[in-house]
Design a binder for this molecule. Structure first.
Ligand code: ACO
Length: 384
């Protein structure tokens, strides 16, 4: 057994995968052989989900069938919304979504839930993927005492998602950017949440359990929670005076030893995250249409310049996405749930790969505590 301890498993290779890789030399994210950014520009999120779950981009017939299936499955089973309405009013949407995914497991046929085959897992993952947007929007609306809306599959996956949040069809340019965000979030090799999904899956836990484990891991501000932190930062800078307040805001936080959400990355760290480069372009569209958005985009650029100068750090995907979602009118609490919904396709691909060639993931720890302690003489255990 190697006694070499690598905190945070930095640079430790723990799996073989055909799902994705981060090609640092060519600054590309490769998903099943394709450049993720090219996919974001040229195809729609459901095509990428098909690529991830089924291994290839769909033919026109497969695309029609896959989208129809996602639409058919998009509604929530009876009773789910009632449970969401009973959650404590202060429940975070991310916690409600995680709870909702657990709840959906109860609506599966027990035989399918316990079936360890790849085919059964794929069918369940498709149901989770299709229902997650309705669950996200319903959780938010139920927690805020608002009417819950049915999916509108005629608007497409991204359009229906925005419809259920806002209660109106999105403008085409907004829907296109939202779809691109979903693709950018769809898969990113062994992020902490994906690893959690693979660990859960390696115990032969069902895909609902694997996605719940991933959701719990995604929530933290060092991972998926960063998009919400980034959005809050831009709102604070705007309230503190806009563009002129951006640099002092960053400098003050760095002087206090704080981290700036949306910067840095375990794998890229001092290189650009290609997703952030692509999505910065989408901010321009909002700035051109809306003067308030233009102020926020200038704040964005000042924050980026300050972080590059002070820390040599580049934005990760969560920085532009936090601001883009804010500019679309998405409530902050829904930003990490949206990340989760998009990443379900990636989690699914890894769960299927883990199932196809499973070995329990069970590493070791180097023990550094005492070894020869004994209970005190006459010690009686408490009666509880
Ligand atoms: N703000 C300020 N300093 C930072 C930041 C940041 N966002 N990120 C890294 N650093 C600094 C650290 O202080 C450290 O500096 P030091 O060497 O002088 O002590 C150095 O960069 C290395 O940081 P580590 O924490 O060792 O790097 P690690 O790989 O463990 O952390 C992480 C990666 C968690 C993403 C980190 O960059 C971070 O906290 N970023 C902010 C949160 C964030 O944006 N998370 C989203 C990640 S991407 C995603 O989930 C889509």
């Amino acid at each position: 057994m190697s006694e070499d301890v690598r905190p945070g498993l930095q640079d430790v290779v723990v799996a073989r995968t055909e799902v994705a890789t981060l090609d640092l030399e060519r600054e590309r994210i490769v998903v099943r052989g394709y450049d993720l950014l090219e996919l974001a520009r040229t195809v729609r999120y459901p095509d990428v989900a098909h690529l991830l779950l089924r291994g290839h981009l769909p033919s026109p017939e497969e695309q029609a069938a896959f989208c129809a299936r996602l639409g058919d499955l998009a509604g929530l089973p009876d009773g789910v919304v009632d449970v969401l309405r009973r959650l404590p009013a202060g429940t975070a949407p991310m916690d409600a979504l995680r709870t909702g995914i657990s709840l959906l497991a109860g609506f599966e046929d027990p035989g399918v839930l316990e079936d360890p085959s790849v085919e059964a897992a794929e069918a369940m993952l498709l149901r989770i993927l299709a229902r997650a947007p309705a669950l996200t929007a319903a959780a938010y609306r139920a927690l805020h005492g608002e009417p819950v809306l049915e999916p509108n599959p005629g608007l497409g996956f991204a359009g229906s998602f925005l419809w259920m949040i806002h209660g109106r069809p999105p403008a085409p340019e907004v829907e296109r950017v939202f779809d691109r965000i979903l693709t950018c979030y769809s898969e990113h090799e062994l992020a902490a949440s994906t690893f959690a999904a693979r660990v859960a899956s390696s115990t032969l836990a069902d895909p609902y359990a694997a996605v719940v484990a991933a959701a719990a891991t995604l929530k933290g501000p060092l991972h998926g929670g960063a998009n919400e932190e980034a959005a809050r930062m831009f709102v604070r800078i705007r309230m503190a005076g806009g563009e002129a307040a951006a640099e002092p805001y960053v400098l003050e936080r760095l002087a206090r030893g704080e981290r700036i959400a949306g910067f840095g990355h375990r794998v890229y760290m001092r290189r650009p995250d290609p997703r952030a480069v692509l999505l910065r372009e989408d901010l321009d569209g909002f700035a051109e249409r809306d003067p308030d958005a233009a102020v926020l985009v200038r704040c964005y650029d000042r924050v980026v310049e300050t972080m590059a100068r002070e820390k040599g750090l580049h934005p990760n995907a969560d920085l532009p996405i936090g601001l883009l979602l804010h500019l679309m009118g998405i409530p902050v609490g829904l930003m990490t749930p949206i990340f989760l919904c998009a990443r379900i396709a990636g989690f699914g691909a890894h769960v299927l790969e883990q199932r196809a060639d499973n070995r329990l993931i069970r590493p070791r720890a180097r023990y550094e505590g005492p070894t020869d302690l004994r209970p005190p003489e006459g010690f009686t255990p408490p009666r509880c």
